[in-house]
Write a protein that binds this ligand. Structure first.
Ligand SMILES: [Zn+2]
Length: 204
């Protein structure tokens, strides 16, 4: 009874019946006097009420960021400050104390070549080299990477599948292409371009 009292419950006595209500006036216990005995009937509160209560529990900003599909900080701040969503309660600062690793991987992109220089006039004036990998699944012949070489003038491309992207292997593939391309075209290779994305790190 003391706990019910602290929670704000109230008891009513009328005729042969005693009722205890929550402060929201929901019956939780009703007692019918049967002679000198009290028959207690406890009305269980629907589980949905507990779910509704748990939604109200404040959680930190980083957790909301993950719950909301890694929405931007400004978007979540707007939702909170303008009170756009019921039950979106936050405790602590409206920021992410450390960088969100999933966002870094998910939103990272290598920039495209953004130049306005004139088109090449002949083959081997400029080639691009790029590496893809590692593949999540290794091929039957242990291939994890591929290296693509594109001639910017002709768009001719070659692809070489690699077990490793070590500097020696990359250089060997490039030298093979270089010699063959110059022999076949009788032109000199003038420029090589790389995007220097993450796939190049620790290899060359
Ligand atoms: Zn994130």
């Amino acid at each position: 009874m003391a706990r019910l009292s602290i929670k704000g419950a109230e008891a009513y006595f009328k005729d042969n019946k005693t009722v205890i209500k929550t402060k929201n006036r929901i019956d939780i216990i009703s007692v019918i006097h049967s002679g000198l005995l009290y028959v207690v009937n406890i009305n269980r509160i629907q589980p949905t009420a507990f779910t509704a209560q748990s939604k109200q529990k404040p959680i930190n900003f980083a957790t909301w960021h993950r719950h909301l599909s890694h929405a931007g900080i400004e978007t979540i701040c707007q939702i909170i400050t303008e009170n756009l969503v019921d039950g979106l309660n936050v405790y602590g600062e409206l920021s992410i104390s450390s960088l969100c690793e999933d966002c870094i991987y998910g939103k990272h992109t290598a920039h495209l070549y953004n130049d306005s220089r004139p088109r090449e006039k002949e083959v081997l004036e400029c080639i691009y080299i790029d590496i893809w990998g590692p593949s999540q699944v290794q091929s039957a012949s242990s291939i994890l990477y591929f290296m693509i070489i594109i001639d910017r003038f002709s768009s001719y491309w070659t692809v070489t599948f690699l077990k490793s992207k070590s500097a020696e292997i990359i250089l060997k593939v490039f030298k093979g292409f270089h010699i063959e391309a110059e022999c076949q075209t009788r032109k000199r290779l003038k420029q090589v371009r790389l995007d220097m994305g993450r796939e190049w790190y620790n290899t060359m």
